[in-house]
Design a protein around this ligand. Structure first.
Ligand SMILES: [Zn+2]
Length: 238
């Protein structure tokens, strides 16, 4: 019977739409997950930028220290040369020059210690930068892959859904309103399993034997029958 077949077709479409709904839920979850991945990537990127800036500052500091050390060194070497080449200094002058050389050497040592600390800091910052940059690249890759997957599946699911909805709309136009209403009302209760086949003498929905007169009408396949017990629409065996 044409009516029964069409109701069955609608039911098949509704089953497929329910599957699509599940897939959409999964995609929604993937989308939320990707949102978190993007946030993670942003945080790592901030961290990497911070390290980069820190390294620039530290390098500037260490260059400045190196220049200062160099200048001081030249200054006291010059003084030492003066002492070496000129014996005309009075003992007092000599003492004062030697004191200032000592002062400069002391300062140079202090600056060299500072330079060592700065270089250690640069090394630490570079290590940190490499670590976070590596992670950032991994996370970005994960995000790209997920996004690609999401787009691909979203598009194919959307297309499939539209096809099914269009087919359902066409079918619904061909069905009498009261049967369509009955189908929709009942399918919520039975999760899209409203239209069932008669199996032997029983309704395959509730597994209860059907009265003889119903079985007869179902077999003749001229009029749709509803199971007295469960309310499902019963079609003749295939
Ligand atoms: Zn039944």
């Amino acid at each position: 019977m044409e009516l029964g077949r069409k109701l069955l077709n609608i039911q098949e479409i509704d089953e497929k739409l329910a599957e699509i709904e599940q897939k959409e839920k999964k995609l929604k979850e993937l989308e939320e997950f990707l949102q978190k991945v993007a946030e993670k990537s942003d945080k790592l990127s901030e961290r990497v930028d911070k390290d980069k800036k820190r390294i620039v500052g530290l390098k500037r500091d260490s260059n400045r220290l190196e220049n200062e050390i160099e200048k001081i060194e030249q200054k006291y070497l010059k003084k030492e040369k003066e002492i070496y080449e000129n014996n005309g200094f009075s003992p007092k002058e000599l003492e004062s020059i030697q004191d200032s050389i000592e002062e400069m050497k002391k300062l140079k040592n202090e600056l060299e210690d500072e330079l060592l600390v700065a270089m250690d800091n640069i090394e630490d910052a570079v290590q940190s930068l490499n670590k976070y940059h590596g992670r950032q690249l991994e996370v970005e890759k994960e995000h790209r892959k997920g996004k690609k997957k999401l787009l691909f599946h979203s598009e194919s699911i959307m297309q499939r859904k539209n096809e099914l909805l269009a087919a359902k709309e066409d079918l619904e136009k061909e069905l009498p309103g009261e049967w369509l209403d009955y189908y929709h009302k009942t399918r919520i209760r039975y999760r899209n399993k409203v239209v069932v086949r008669m199996e032997g003498n029983i309704c395959s929905g509730c597994r209860v034997e059907l009265p003889i007169y119903r079985r007869q009408i179902i077999k003749e396949n001229k009029e749709l029958q509803i199971c007295d017990l469960c309310g499902r629409i019963i079609l003749p065996p295939e």
